[in-house]
Design a protein around this ligand. Structure first.
Ligand SMILES: [Zn+2]
Ligand SMILES: [Zn+2]
Ligand SMILES: [Zn+2]
Length: 101
C-alpha cells in the first residue's frame, strides 16, 4: 500500500479500536445529541461530530489532541481525512469501517 500521507499507520489491522460510543462523546457528555454526521478519531478512537454539527467536536478534538486522522463513522462512507495534510482519501485494505446505526 502506498500511504496517502505520513499519518496513516503502516499496519492498519493493528489499529482496530473498540467503538466507544454510538454518538459524539462530547455532545453526549453535554447532554444533547444534535450532531449531523460523525467522525471517528484514528489515534484514540473518540467519536466526534462533523463541521455541519453545532459542536464541531471532531475538528476541535483533532486540534486539541493533535490527532491528525479521522474516518467517517457513517454507514456506507469509507473516507478518511487528515487534518494536517488536509486531504480526503480512501484506504483499500483498511479494516471494515465501523458505523453507528
Ligand atoms: Zn497526514
Ligand atoms: Zn459533538
Ligand atoms: Zn483522538
Amino acid at each position: 500500500m502506498t500511504a496517502p500521507c505520513p499519518h496513516v499507520p503502516q499496519d492498519l489491522q493493528s489499529q482496530r479500536k473498540p467503538w466507544p460510543a454510538d454518538g459524539c462523546a462530547e455532545c453526549i457528555a453535554a447532554g444533547h445529541r444534535d450532531w449531523v454526521h460523525l467522525r471517528f478519531c484514528q489515534s484514540c478512537g473518540q467519536v466526534g461530530c462533523c463541521n455541519d454539527s453545532p459542536g464541531k467536536h471532531a475538528t476541535s478534538h483533532a486540534h486539541q489532541s493533535e490527532h491528525p486522522l479521522v474516518r467517517s463513522y457513517e454507514p456506507d462512507e469509507n473516507w478518511w481525512y487528515c487534518y494536517v495534510d488536509e486531504i480526503v482519501f480512501q484506504v483499500d485494505d483498511a479494516p471494515a469501517a465501523p458505523s453507528h446505526n
